[in-house]
Design a protein around this ligand. Structure first.
Ligand SMILES: [Zn+2]
Length: 202
């Protein structure tokens, strides 16, 4: 006589009255989980769609010109012989342009990003509305293959300024060194869930 496995020997199928609701319950949990994943996927798809890569030739003529101006601004980075040079053009109040380049001081104390220089110049001039920001970067040793994006500090600084100006968002155009990669995005895309001290009072 062969000996059967105790686990198998002890197995009794669940009564259909118990098994039925249990199966339905597990199907519901699975459906909820799949639905949750789908929502997240849709969010990610929408998020990526808005941030679009664009060819230089398809960029609006005025923005292409501003990109050239940002490239020129990068040449004024301090010190002038610096390898990494970032240049920006901030467009405000319709067609006012403010250029900026990175300033790097010894031991980085008091150094400044190109975005900050352009924004401070714009605020000093008393602008009322920011239209867009164009950013490009160069590196003598190793040109940037990927687009240059503002650092975290500059993103929050821009967000705070928009809040002060009662603006919701601005267009941001990012480019790599040779302009073969250009991305059109916005500040809120680059800084989702930004810190806002008066968020609850909005
Ligand atoms: Zn920065």
């Amino acid at each position: 006589m062969s000996r059967s496995c105790p686990a198998v020997r002890g197995y009794r199928p669940l009564h259909p009255a118990v098994a039925g609701p249990l199966v339905i319950y597990f199907i519901k949990i699975q459906a909820w989980f799949i639905g949750k994943l789908a929502d997240d996927d849709i969010f990610l798809i929408n998020y990526n769609l808005k941030m679009k890569t664009i060819l230089l030739e398809n960029l609006e003529a005025e923005i292409r010109k501003e990109l050239d101006e940002a490239e020129e601004a990068a040449k004024k980075a301090y010190p002038r012989d610096r390898d990494v040079r970032i240049g920006v053009v901030l467009v405000a109040d319709g067609d006012k342009k403010f250029e900026g380049a990175n300033v790097v001081r010894e031991r980085f104390v008091g150094s400044s990003c190109a975005e900050r220089m352009a924004l401070d110049k714009a605020l000093f001039a008393g602008i009322k509305k920011i239209e867009r920001l164009i950013i490009i970067g160069e590196n003598n040793d190793c040109p940037f293959e990927e687009v240059i994006a503002p650092c975290g500090n500059c993103r929050q600084m821009l967000f705070d300024t928009l809040d002060d100006l009662e603006q919701s968002d601005i267009e941001i155009i990012l480019s790599n060194s040779d302009k073969s990669k250009i991305v059109k995005t916005s500040l809120l895309e680059l800084l989702p869930l930004a810190y806002k001290s008066n968020r609850n009072n909005a």
